[in-house]
Design a protein around this ligand. Structure first.
Ligand code: PLP
Length: 373
């Protein structure tokens, strides 16, 4: 290949922004009302538009996905030291949210086929202290929601999904956030849908909505009335407007992501040393990430380093496992995690975002093909 220009940096993701004029036009009314936070009209509008888009009964907006996770766990008011069965193959936020609520994470292994929690290994981990299961729809891959619900029902456990990667994903035609007792979304700048920073809890029990409302707004229910102890985790109006502007483009954003995804699959499928997670045919995907699996850690690290050398910034999501991070290592119940450990060593997430140019996808593909010969 001649005239190869590898100086342009390709990052793993790139924030989606609406047309500049649209956002500027949309925020103008704020200069008249001067109502820029405290559950203003755009907060309300985004809550209802998003509930419809995500196909969930109700939604509570939050300042970010992490606080949404923390507040949700707090809203259930579990006894201190209770055990939460969760996955170590996730972003550190999932585990932090458990521990910061004075609860104990019990790490369960994941499945090789899609990286989600291995539902066949959950029951063995249940003790009299277990109160909830906190699985992650990692990369937008859907957990076995039916089996997980069966186990939860059998043992009277709550199910809280970390759906940070699963914006717009549908399972058997239903919004992914309609499963379990609550599902937490992240609207961080790097996610498929963003409100700059932001997040939301999808739920079906309105009492949970009320508890989250108190938790995110100091428990204030009147000028002189505070009904419960709460923090501040509400979304502001600039973020809500960013969400309203971005939401209009989400179908096309996901379609554009699919085009890059398809290019990757067509070029890399069947390639020596590389495999993918299994497709679930009853899932409407959001193409949030393009993770590949290599045969060995050595191969993964070589790919990562060589790509970097060519200004292509892939990421080792999720390595190391959260249970292996310095802050958690050897602190909690030891469970064998062979599959999770193996995935963490072999996974690499390639650059994928809606405005990624076809020529850049080709450059990533060609570079990979040159590295793995
Ligand atoms: C991004 C993310 C979060 C945290 O969301 P923020 O909006 O960044 O606070 C939680 N869990 C997972 C799996 C994530 O990827």
């Amino acid at each position: 290949m001649d005239n190869k220009d590898n100086s342009k940096k390709i990052f793993v993701t790139r924030t989606y922004l609406p047309p500049y004029e649209e956002y500027v036009e949309a925020i103008k009314p704020l200069w008249d009302s001067c109502w820029i936070t405290n559950m203003g009209m755009y907060h309300k509008r985004l809550e209802s538009e998003l509930a419809a888009y995500l196909d969930v009964p109700e939604l509570s907006l939050m300042v970010n996905g992490h606080m949404a996770l923390e507040m949700t766990l707090q809203a259930f008011d579990f006894p201190e030291g209770s055990e939460i069965i969760t996955t170590p193959f996730t972003f550190i936020s999932t585990t932090h949210a458990i521990v910061r609520n004075h609860l104990q994470p019990v790490f369960c292994d994941v499945k090789k086929c899609d990286g989600t929690i291995d539902e066949t290994k959950i029951e063995d981990l249940i003790t009299e202290k277990t109160v909830a299961i906190l699985p992650v729809h990692v990369y937008g891959n859907v957990c076995n929601v039916e089996e997980i619900q069966k186990i939860a029902d059998k043992y009277s456990l709550k199910v809280i999904y970390d759906a940070a990667h699963a914006f717009g994903v549908k399972y058997k035609g239903n919004g992914i956030g309609s499963y379990g007792d609550a599902s937490v979304f992240s609207f961080h700048a790097t996610k498929v849908f963003n409100t700059i920073e932001g997040g939301a809890v999808a739920l079906s029990d309105h009492r949970l909505y009320e508890r989250l409302y108190n938790l995110k707004n100091f428990g204030i229910r009147g000028e002189e009335l505070v009904v419960s102890i709460g923090a501040n985790a509400k979304m502001n109006e600039f973020s809500a407007i960013m969400g309203l502007c971005n939401l209009k483009y989400m179908d096309s954003v996901i379609q554009k992501r699919k085009k890059c995804w398809d290019m990757y699959v067509n070029a890399l499928d069947g390639m020596h040393e590389i495999s993918f997670f299994k497709d679930n045919i009853v899932v409407r995907k959001n193409y949030a990430y393009f993770p590949i699996l290599t045969e060995t850690m050595k191969c993964r690290d070589k790919l990562y380093n060589c790509l970097r050398g060519q200004n292509i910034y892939s990421r080792k999501y999720f390595f190391p496992l959260t249970s292996d991070q310095a802050c958690f290592k050897n602190k909690y119940k030891i469970v064998e995690l062979p599959v999770a450990r193996s995935l963490a060593e072999k996974v690499l997430v390639l650059p994928l975002f809606s405005d990624m140019e076809r020529s850049d996808v080709s450059r990533v593909i060609n570079t990979i093909q040159e590295i793995i010969v």
